[in-house]
Every structure is written in C-alpha cells, then in structure tokens.
Design a protein around this ligand. Sequence first.
Ligand SMILES: C[S@@+](CC[C@H](N)C(=O)[O-])C[C@H]1O[C@@H](n2cnc3c(N)ncnc32)[C@H](O)[C@@H]1O
Length: 293
Amino acid sequence: MCYCRDMAWYSLTVDLPEDDSEVAQSILYDHGASGLEVRDSQNQTVLSVRAPNKGEAILIAYFEDKADASAAQDELKEKYTAARFAIEDVVERDWSVEWRNQIKSVTVGRLWVGPPWEKPTAPKDKVCLFIEPKMAFGTGDHPTTSLCLGAVDEFMAAHPTASVLDVGTGTGVLAFAAKKLGATRCIGIDNDTTSVELAKECMQENGLTGIELSTKTLHGIDGTFDLVLANILANTLIELAPLIAPKVKQRLVLAGVLVPQADDVKAAFAKHGLTHLRDATIGEWIRIEFERR
Ligand SMILES: C[S@@+](CC[C@H](N)C(=O)[O-])C[C@H]1O[C@@H](n2cnc3c(N)ncnc32)[C@H](O)[C@@H]1O
C-alpha cells in the first residue's frame, strides 16, 4: 500500500482462461509490470472485489508507463483471442483520507458501529463501537458483518454472559460487540497477523479488556463456546467445518456466504452434528445459523 498522494499508474486487467494464466503473467512482467494481482481458484477473492468467472483468472498488472501496458495488451490479445482487456488510469490516493469517506456507521439492534471520528455524534442510547479498519476487514457496514452483528445482539440479549468464539475476527468487531453486550470468555482468532495487530489496537481504542485476540488456529483453542461466529468465505467455512463444529456448545453463526453457496455450507456443518436453525439475507449475502441440540 502506497501512501503517496495522487501518483499516476496504469492498470491492465485481463480476464482469461485460468490455464493460460501463468504464461500470461510472465508476458506481463516481460513488458515491465511493476506489480501483479492474480484472482483465480488458488487465490481467494476478498468479498469486496470482482471474482473471476468459473474456469477463468483475472490478472491485474500495474505499469508506470501506459505504452508498456498497451504493448502487453497487444501481445496478449494476439495470443489469447478469448481474453478480455481493460486499461485504466490508477490514481493512488491517500487512503488514510479515502477511508474516512468510505466508512459508514451502522446501527444493528442495540449496537452502533462507526469510525472513531464520528465519536462526537455517536448515539448515546446505543452500545457504540469505534472501528477504523486500516488493513483489516470489519467496519460493520459490509452486509456480512451487519448480518453477524444482528445475530450477536439477539443471542447476547437472551444469554448475556455467554462465552463467544469469533473465527476470522478481522478488526475484532464481532468479538467486541459480544464483549460489550456481556460476553464472559471471549476469543477472536484470525490467520492474518496484521488483522490481529489491528484488532488489538482497536480493542484498546474501545476501552475493552479481556478479549483474547491471536493467530491461533482452532486446534489451539480449548473448550466449547455458547456462541461461535465465523464470517469467512464459503469454501474456507466448508474446509474448517470439522474444526469449527466441535467448538459449538449452543449456537453457530456463519456468514461470508453467497445465497447460491448456502446449501453446500449447510451440508458441511450438518455432517458434524449441528442442526440448521434459520437463515437471514441482505442482498446476495446469507447468514446461516445452527444449533447444537
Ligand atoms: C470477511 S472477514 C470478517 C471480519 C469480521 N469478523 C467481520 O465480521 O467483519 C474474514 C476474516 O477471516 C480471516 N480468515 C480467512 N481465512 C481464515 C482461516 N482459515 N482462519 C482464520 N481466519 C481466517 C481473514 O483474514 C479475515 O480477517
């Protein structure tokens, strides 16, 4: 991430069959690409960006010189007739300022989640969390996070001293919400070191203590939890099902799943002794809840 202001770059985006991706990447580098982003079946796409079509990859190459981007496009066009191309100007902005414009506060049940600079106007009658995401996911305004916040609010209202495990904690937003609503044992884990560092900063900024935040895997977490939350992508949830399910004492809340992926996710968790309770959706995103009966 570059913090320099308004520096011009050019991006060449190529959608092409995944089998052609590796050779195309070397062609892009041969033409002077300074950086390359690859989205394919091996590299999970984050929730907020465009994913490749089935069987395809998306390559996004960054060039300092537009002529290099055009030359790379010309060579690739000739070689891969089915590929699709776009060259765009990329103006790198000061993201510390951009974030301020992009983060929206949300109110979900008793919870309000917003950026720290909205502290003065935060509602007095809500349980407020102040989250600046920096490089981690989870400000509250993404549909998947909002869906989970709703489930946290509801579960904690009925079980105000519940133990809570948040798998894929990101900024820590869901764990913080649970703690603020009374959770006793409260753990957030994430396989991304930067997210965990930022979540720790965020915990302090919110005046919270007693939440264990770490990069531990599920193997390293002892015991079971009244409420287990996991807002991760569908394929990761399916992979982790044998490890997540045994951690559930009472309720499991899954998100990060698109509506058409829901049946596969449900099947993966039903295999591990959990009973499907209900679903909720916002747009294309679905929250799936399970119970241990
Ligand atoms: C969509 S974000 C959710 C963040 C936050 N819990 C929320 O609801 O907004 C998913 C998080 O899961 C983490 N993650 C992805 N795969 C993981 C894994 N195998 N184990 C633990 N965390 C994982 C990512 O690093 C990311 O921070």
